[in-house]
Write a protein that binds this ligand. Structure first.
Ligand code: GLA
Length: 413
């Protein structure tokens, strides 16, 4: 009897050790761990739409590296709509547009990889892409195998010409097709929040768009031909209600950045800051080759990026404070906090804060901070300097559409 038990126990122990080893060695794309922090990259769409080609994009790849974007943490180089020929080939394979990409897509992917970046591509769950190129419907496994053979690391998957489809099923099919290739490919769902993807997409992909398309306007809508994109503020206002769904490996995606595409410098800073406060994926969408120093300084502000990439991945919540100002609060690791004071109005406002009057609580992150009990050191992340402690009142002027952002560290911590 004793011997039997010993043998059984040995078997159990061996089984447990094996399954632990399997979990530890399972590829990250099979365990859904490809994006523990929000993915960072660059995408062609916002600035070039379908007007892309190999030589233009090689310039972008080079500028990506030379401008310091790569060193600041950006990783993915993503081709959006318009990279394909209008028809599949006789075997049903997608083909890169031979005029735009005369050396084919594998050669371009190799160019991107050779510069230490990861390569992303775009298609659509429907029969056509939004710009009218061949969609993936009915070719999911075939397209996934082709992408893997090119070395694709990221797929953005759109929702045009897909009205009759069931969104969770269509996205699950493509997710399975990507996993079946054996290549780790980050899956970026883009059905514009229409079917509440935050409720079902967490194990299907790593990020999911939460709204329609962004435009390069801060608060006042601007027409683009016969269509009006959302403003930065339209999008921000849709994020707080879904903040509890955001977290490691499943990111709410408030769309790509419009930094450097025509808003004022202060608006670009606020747009970038709010995306970082939300722990949003950061996909720059400007011309990297011609970007100004001001734009580069925004996109590569490492102290802001560190908020976005904080391992807890908790999106900020908003408090309305006096004088029509907003205070966005982001809980960080090690009992630190990011505070973003934001003036969305068109006139300059005075921020006057008695810290002891502020009590920050948040059930999602279990935050409970009272400034009369705990003093924090303040660091101003745009001024890039230490800014005293929370033991003295805060008095600042905040211009129209401007932010002031602090990282707070416990003074005795
Ligand atoms: C949709 C997406 C955009 C972009 C275009 C391409 O509108 O939401 O981000 O990918 O399609 O056609």
């Amino acid at each position: 009897m004793k011997g039997k038990c010993f043998f059984l126990c040995l078997l159990c122990a061996a089984g447990a050790a094996l399954s632990q080893a399997q979990t530890q060695t399972a590829p990250k794309h099979l365990t859904g761990e490809l994006a523990p922090v929000p993915p960072m990259g660059w995408n062609t769409w916002n600035i070039f739409q379908t007007n892309i080609n190999e030589s233009l994009l090689k310039d972008m790849v080079n500028a990506y590296v030379e401008s310091g974007m790569k060193d600041a943490g950006y990783q993915y180089f993503v081709l959006d709509d318009g990279w394909m020929a209008k028809e599949r080939d006789s075997a049903g394979n997608l083909v890169a547009d031979p005029v735009k990409f005369p050396n084919g897509m594998k050669a371009f992917a190799d160019y991107v990889h050779a510069r230490g970046l990861k390569f992303g591509i775009y298609n659509c769950a429907g029969w056509k892409t939004c710009a009218g190129y061949p969609g993936t419907r009915g070719h999911e496994f075939q397209d996934a195998r082709l992408y893997a053979s090119w070395g694709v690391d990221f797929l953005k998957y759109d929702w045009c010409y897909a009205d009759s489809l069931n969104a969770p099923e269509a996205y699950r099919t493509m997710s399975e097709a990507l996993r079946a290739t054996g290549r780790p490919i980050v899956f970026s769902l883009c059905e514009w929040g229409t079917h509440n993807p935050w409720l079902w997409a967490q194990h299907i992909g790593e990020l999911y768009r939460t709204t329609g398309d962004i435009g390069a306007s801060f608060i006042v809508k601007k027409k683009m031909g016969d269509w009006t994109p959302l403003t930065v503020m339209d999008i921000v206002d849709k994020q707080e209600a879904i903040r509890k769904y955001n977290g490691p490996n499943h990111w709410n995606d408030p769309d790509m950045l419009e930094v450097g595409n025509g808003m004022s410098n202060e608006e670009d800073k606020s747009h970038f800051t709010l995306w970082c406060m939300l722990s949003a994926p950061l996909a720059a969408g400007n011309n990297l080759h011609t970007m100004s120093r001001g734009t580069r300084d925004i996109l590569t502000n490492r102290e802001l990026i560190a908020l976005d990439q904080d391992p807890r991945g908790i999106a900020a919540f908003k408090l309305n404070i006096p004088d029509s100002l907003e205070l966005w609060v982001k809980p960080l690791e090690n009992n630190q906090i990011a505070l973003c004071f934001f003036n969305r109005t068109g006139i300059s406002r005075k921020l006057s804060l008695q810290w002891k009057d502020l009590h920050l609580t948040d059930s999602l992150s279990h935050m409970d901070v009272q400034f009369d009990r705990q003093t924090y050191n303040l660091r101003d992340l745009w001024e890039k300097k230490d800014a005293g402690k929370t033991d003295k009142p805060l008095e600042r002027q905040i211009g129209p559409h401007q932010v002031i952002v602090y990282r707070l560290k416990p003074a005795n911590g």
